[in-house]
Design a protein around this ligand. Sequence first.
Ligand SMILES: O=C(O)CCC(=O)C(=O)O
Ligand SMILES: [Fe+2]
Length: 608
Amino acid sequence: MEHPTCISEELKRFVVRDAPQTVYYIPDFISEEEECYLLQQVYKSPKTKWTQLSGRRLQNWGGLPHPKGMLAENIPGWLQTYCEKVSHLGAFGGKTANHVLVNEYKQGEGIMPHEDGPLYHPTVTTVSLGSHTLLDFYRPLDSSEEEEEEGALQTEASRHLFSILVRPRSLLVLQDDVYTRLLHGIQASARDTLTERVVNLPADQARPGETLTRGTRVSLTIRYVPKVMKTKLVLGRKSLSKPTARFSHHVLKCDGRKKGKTMEPEPKRRKSCAWAVDSWVARPVLSDAQSQEVELLEAFAAPITDKRQTSRLVKELSGLYPLTGLPHLKRVRASGGAAGAHALEVLLCLVSEAGDGDSPLPSDGARWEGLGEPFVVSVPARPPLTRPQFELASRCWPTSFHEDKRITVALRGELFSPGQRARMQAYMASALEAAQAAGGLGMEAVGAVVVDPEEERVIAVGHDCRGQHPLLHAVMVCVDLVARGQGGGFYSFDRYAACRFTPVPGTFDPASGPKSSGQPYLCTGYDLYVTREPCLMCAMALVHSRIGRVFYGAAAADGALGTELKIHTQKDLNHRFQVYSGVLSKQCEDLNRADHLIRTDKEEGEKC
Ligand SMILES: O=C(O)CCC(=O)C(=O)O
Ligand SMILES: [Fe+2]
């Protein structure tokens, strides 16, 4: 039997002889007292440490693994002891484990067949507490085979290779081929009937044919993440590790101060260490009518040569030419000319309304006394809807304007306070992290986060899962995750560590799962942060799920919230919402560009 290098002699003794690949299993790796202590510590952890998934819940210790490096966090002493204990067996090639996932499975819960992915050293060590389980191993789906054997469905059962009976207090070590090539999972069932395929039975008292009933099982999945980031940055009041090298040019380094220089006062120093929160602007994506250029019409105007005739002339003209459909146009304006012969000018009519004669005015003598020679001017065809439109329109002819102050402030990029901007940036940074995780798994690097802005709470984090299903764009994943937290949803994203949801408080009973009453309808009142502008399908999903506001980082060629279409402003849809583009735009654009390059390279490679 070939053992990977660094495996200790002690661990080699526990190799499972009947397993087709190298697997180590140590029964009674810990004592009953240790098991009891560990369970106490797990359940003593703050409630906020738990993330509820659809079929289990988990605690993450050590930081979030990330393709560019994990934002490392301290591991508490009660777990560190075991990180060291398993590392001494040589499981991580001489390194010490720095990451622990605590999974809790209630009776009947499981985890879908999955791979643990490339972010970890290819070894997983698992200490089990509380109950046994059966860990199943599968060969991966083989697409070429599927094409060859037309119609021959590769079911989970047909891909099942072997299982390991994992007893409480045991340690299981999987590495190399088992880690990188096979998938592992736990059936969601309350009982396990043992078969010949359970390869570690000879060392156990149980025999094939026997049925074991599961209880609640807690597993400590102890791993080593080789790529860790050490730089600490400060975002607002929160300390964050440097997210990715790609962001470095947006980051003001904390250690940039010269030696011997007096320190700046606290608030300023904090600002200089922050991500450049002012390096991006969230601009509202307005309707076509709000963002279009000012359209002009030709009209006749004339100077008022006798000011005392003004009100009579306006009355006469309004009777003759009511300017129907142009109520925004003021009838009289102050002359813009040099201090000259007249001070006021009056609008007569549109050129298109005037007859064919020399003058737009009927020749009825005294009636037009006080008016000078008519001339042609351009007037705005429509009422201005925004301040920029108003300012342009007013340069041609005075126009009334009912200002929406929120839009004016938003267009200036000043709608959000510094505190709000810091939060928005943090949400988009989470979406970027999820996007990178998707990229790391070979899917499109797009991430999204749904937030309850009232409670300042993250409801769901998702990323592109097109590897699972072609319709699972990041936004669709997020909407489904929100639905999951409310008792609905269709898909399971448990296999993707970065996809998660937080159940609405009081609506999720850990024992019986989600309750569906008394909850907002899907995304009502929620905000969505997404790294790339959503496509038409996703935009419609956002309409149907009643999203409140959408913030995206970078525009997309097929984008339906500003680029190709503006679904959120469509008058004939029964829900409209606000959209802002540009949050962390540079980072999102960089990510899209890199993702595009990787994809094109891959496609080119495939063609060759
Ligand atoms: O609970 C277990 O033993 C397996 C957990 C697992 O596969 C995972 O968290 O990736
Ligand atoms: Fe796993």
